[in-house]
Design a protein around this ligand. Structure first.
Ligand SMILES: [Zn+2]
Length: 189
């Protein structure tokens, strides 16, 4: 008879200068600069089907509040993502090599549906970087089947009676007075 077998998923923020899909800094400022209200809208995917979980969430009519501690149009899903951050990509490849994992010839960025509001767009961008790694421990070899590179989810600030509020962090490198900054004028409550 076999004993208990447990798999775990470990998330680690990378200490890169900029975010994964835009040039914003990864620093986390404390000053709030406005609030965005969003409702999730379920739409058909590439195969023409609506995600049942997203549809269920839509029926609940939930509204999500995002407190902006500095974030740009990319993070708010108002601008297409930029090229993948090379520094973060290099770090993830280094980790993969250190764990003896196999890096595939092609790496694709996928959209993972998220329905809890933890991303303004309703999905999270994620990429499989390497497969079949391992780490040696005092208890023996531990397999690390998958290593991924993923954009950060919004941080939960409060959660009470069905209402969830998130924080969007990061300093926009576009600079004050630029078109991007001007369009991000704080909303009134
Ligand atoms: Zn940004």
């Amino acid at each position: 008879m076999q004993g208990l077998k447990v798999g775990i998923e470990i998330h680690q923020r990378l200490d890169s200068k900029a975010k994964l899909f835009c040039p914003c800094s990864t620093r986390m400022p404390q000053e709030e600069r406005g609030i965005i209200r969003r409702k999730l809208k379920a739409v058909a995917g590439e195969l023409g089907n609506v995600d049942p979980a997203a549809l269920h969430e839509l029926m609940r009519g939930r509204e999500f509040l995002y407190h902006r501690y500095g974030s740009c149009l990319v993070e708010q899903d108002d601008e297409p993502p930029h090229q993948l951050n090379h520094e973060a990509f290099a770090i993830s490849l280094q980790v993969a090599k250190l764990l003896g994992a196999h890096v595939p010839e092609e790496i694709h960025i996928m959209r993972k549906t998220v329905i809890d509001g933890s991303n303004t767009s309703g999905f999270q961008r994620t990429a499989i970087i390497a497969l079949d790694g391992f780490i040696e421990t005092s208890e023996g070899k531990v397999a690390i089947p998958t290593i991924g590179l993923e954009e950060e989810a919004a941080q939960i600030i409060s959660r009470e009676s069905g209402k969830v509020e998130y924080g969007l962090y990061g300093l926009c490198n576009a600079g004050k007075g630029s078109r991007a900054e001007a369009r991000l004028a704080p909303e009134k409550r």
